[in-house]
Design a protein around this ligand. Structure first.
Ligand SMILES: *Cc1c(COP(=O)(O)O)cnc(C)c1O
Length: 397
């Protein structure tokens, strides 16, 4: 679907109003169009719509009014020309990667990826003759060295899961442009508010809307954003015929989530900054990684490309798995869960959960040790969180 004319609104205003299309009832809140199909007044009207001569909806696998509102609101926020919303973040990642590639093509991807994203490029794509090279994405030389004559796509997330490595998006985008390739950025950890990959030169941005965009632990969703030409030529047919479409009901949840996104992300980032500073002083920890502290390994890149810190913290307990488990079990306010971006603070032990399928070697390469934990800071009062964390650290030793 086409997008509304660009309005000069700031993000908070866009997130409340952009994309809204009211029905004849003039409802305040966006309507949920729980419909599979659409009715045509005449056979001629049906023919015209299928030919694309008249605007309108055809079938909800292709497009739906509630989903369309979500896509338009995301376009306004991201500064993208067009978007497709998907049933999950992984549906977005898979479609964004596979829709433009064919057997014989080559992907270069950062090795620090969300587990399922890594499976798509490392295991799934090669089954169809698409080769992948994984690199340590923090050094641009590694990307350059991995390029081959058939390299078509570059893929990264930044900050990464779970160790919050930050990759220079502008540098990788420049490399992609120099060989006529495309850069796909998974921007989940930064959120659309703290980092603007398209402005930094990336060609395609993907989100798991399951995370901060819903932000209240309710539903899965995803979105792919890019220029209209790329979507028309690569994603449009793939999307229609493979059917990763978002449910209108979930699109409505996500629209409501977007309305409060800036308030939530601001509060969660502020609390995370306080907690990271507190953790950095604690003797029980071997290290704290937080993109917002000057001791972050890529602090200069963070300053260059991120507009704020993160709602996530990576911490490493000196006592290894035993301490990490004792710490999690002693937490009262913070819940043990592998999700993130929720209004509830959540903690997970990547080595035994999200990253358990990697070899010990691959985990070590990513800096995931037995004492590593990933904390997603929620909307609870930061004082309660700090108190909870402090008492649990004392127990964990
Ligand atoms: C959660 C997540 C995904 C996958 O999203 P789903 O909505 O769970 O399918 C992809 N990338 C990153 C960085 C994520 O955090």
């Amino acid at each position: 679907m086409t997008i509304e004319k660009k309005r000069n609104w700031k993000p908070a205003t866009q997130l409340v109003h952009s994309g809204t299309q009211r029905s004849g009832f003039g409802e305040t809140s966006e309507a949920i169009y729980l419909t599979q199909g659409y009715v045509y007044d005449t056979a001629e009207a049906a023919e015209a719509r299928f030919k694309g001569e008249e605007p309108g909806f055809i079938y909800s696998r292709y497009a739906n009014p509630t989903v369309d509102m979500f896509e338009k609101r995301m376009c306004a926020l991201e500064g993208a020309e067009d978007a497709r919303a998907t049933a999950s973040g992984m549906a977005a990642v898979t479609a964004a990667i596979l829709c433009s590639l064919k057997a014989g093509d080559h992907i270069v991807a950062a090795r620090a990826l969300f587990g399922s994203c890594r499976w798509v490029v490392e295991t799934l794509a090669p089954r169809y003759g698409i080769e992948t090279t994984l690199v340590d994405g923090t050094k641009i030389e590694n990307w350059e060295r991995a390029v081959r004559p058939n390299t078509k796509l570059f893929f990264l997330e930044s900050p990464t899961n779970p160790t919050l490595e930050v990759i220079d998006i502008e540098a990788v985008a420049r490399l992609a442009n120099s060989i006529g390739g495309r850069l796909v950025v998974d921007n989940v950890f930064a959120t659309p508010l703290q980092q603007k990959p398209l402005t930094l030169g990336a060609h395609i941005v993907v989100y798991s809307a399951t995370k901060h965009i819903d932000g209240q632990g309710r539903c899965l969703g995803g979105v792919i954003l890019s220029d209209k030409k790329w979507i028309d030529e690569n994603l449009h047919d793939y999307f229609r015929h493979t059917g990763p479409s978002l449910s209108p009901f979930n699109a409505w949840n996500l629209l409501k989530g977007l309305e409060t996104l800036p308030v939530r992300v601001r509060q969660q980032t502020e609390s995370a900054g306080r907690i990271a500073n507190f953790l950095a002083e604690r003797p029980e920890l071997a290290r704290v990684i937080y993109p917002g502290r000057s001791d972050h390994p890529q602090a200069d890149v963070v300053r260059k490309q991120m507009l704020g810190g993160s709602t996530l913290i990576c911490l490493d307990l000196k006592g290894g798995k035993k301490s990490a488990f004792a710490f999690q079990n002693a937490l009262d306010v913070v819940l043990i869960s592998n999700n993130l971006g929720d209004s509830k603070s959540l903690i997970t032990h990547p080595a035994t959960t999200t990253h358990k399928n990697l070899s010990d070697e691959a985990r070590a390469e990513l800096g995931i040790g037995p004492g590593t934990l990933r904390l997603s800071v929620g909307l609870e009062d930061a004082d309660d969180l700090l108190e909870d964390i402090e008492q649990a650290l004392k127990i964990a030793g």
